[in-house]
Write a protein that binds this ligand. Sequence first.
Ligand code: UDP
Length: 371
Amino acid sequence: MKTYDYLIVGAGLFGCVFAHELKKVGKSSLIIDKRSHLGGNVYCEDVRSINVHKYGPHIFHTNDKAIWDYVNQFATFNNYINSPVSMSKGKLYNLPFNMNTFYQLWGVKTPKEAKAIIEEQAQKYGVKNPKNLEEQALSLIGKDVYDTLIKEYTEKQWGTKATELPAFIIKRLPVRYTFDNNYFNDKYQGIPEGGYNAIIDGLIKDIDTKTNVDYFENKAELDALADKVVFTGKIDEFFNYEFGNLEYRSLKFESEILEEENHQGSAIVNYNDSTVPYTRIIEHKHFEFGKQNHTVITREYPQKWTRGMEAYYPINNEKNQAVYKKYKDKASTLPNIIFGGRLAEYRYYDMHQIIGSSLSKVKKEIESFNS
Ligand code: UDP
């Protein structure tokens, strides 16, 4: 008899949801994480009573009522609606691309006028089957929006030419012919009151956890504790990089406490210009409508990723996808290890998608007990 049914490597949303569901059917887990805290990248740090999103801004949004109900079991969500602005050559524009943005860019006052400009530019600069981010953006929204709000931000964010990035990345952003600055199209949206730690605490209640534990340094010993492993770390690292390195983009965060009530009037201000080294400034208190006399801001700097650094964004180009496929095929030959989450599935996942993926994988696992 092993001590646990499952060893869960990584205390992010994927692992915590998985362990929570297993617990409901009487299976035990040990969750380990190499960081000094649980929660993975949704972890919030309390800085003078402001929840600081330590690993970048996390705004929960989903169209799936089941997932919305799922997270609402653990926390009450406020009615925060993400509506960032973007600074470009000294002027602020609303995001996502909507009638406010088009008015700011061209002075157009009706959807018809905006559509006429975008269609003309899309025809002139766009292509039929966009194969990369630049072609996709030009075909979708035209050259002015691309030049003002996309190109420099994207190339700074990814450290790559927009012509070498996959088209799907830009499709994350809505294009709208209404005066609506909501960054997401999803039906449900908000920030958990008390921060994301409340959700993690709810998920791992009565489950054993250990922080500051490096799986790879103690692998044999840790594996011996459980019948099965759920691995949520980097899949290439798991296989000791035998098919080569997957590429990621990393980030550096610089936070500052300011003795003023309201610094920038928005939780997120993007900086498009390539001359500014950061992509955005986060003012965390606005996620929870904070009324403190002070504020905390964080500048987010994209970084070249090398081994040993935090891997934030998978770079899903063709080359990396081909490498990932080799790891995935190999992973599927290991019946006692379940791979899941952003790093193990090498996917640009949002929180609701991770939860969806974890719930569906754990469901399969539970069904397998009876077959
Ligand atoms: N993007 C952009 N300009 C912006 C914001 C985003 O061109 O002001 C592009 C950029 O390529 C980015 C992608 O849209 O990587 C997705 O943006 P999102 O805000 O979804 O990124 P995240 O918050 O996940 O970093």
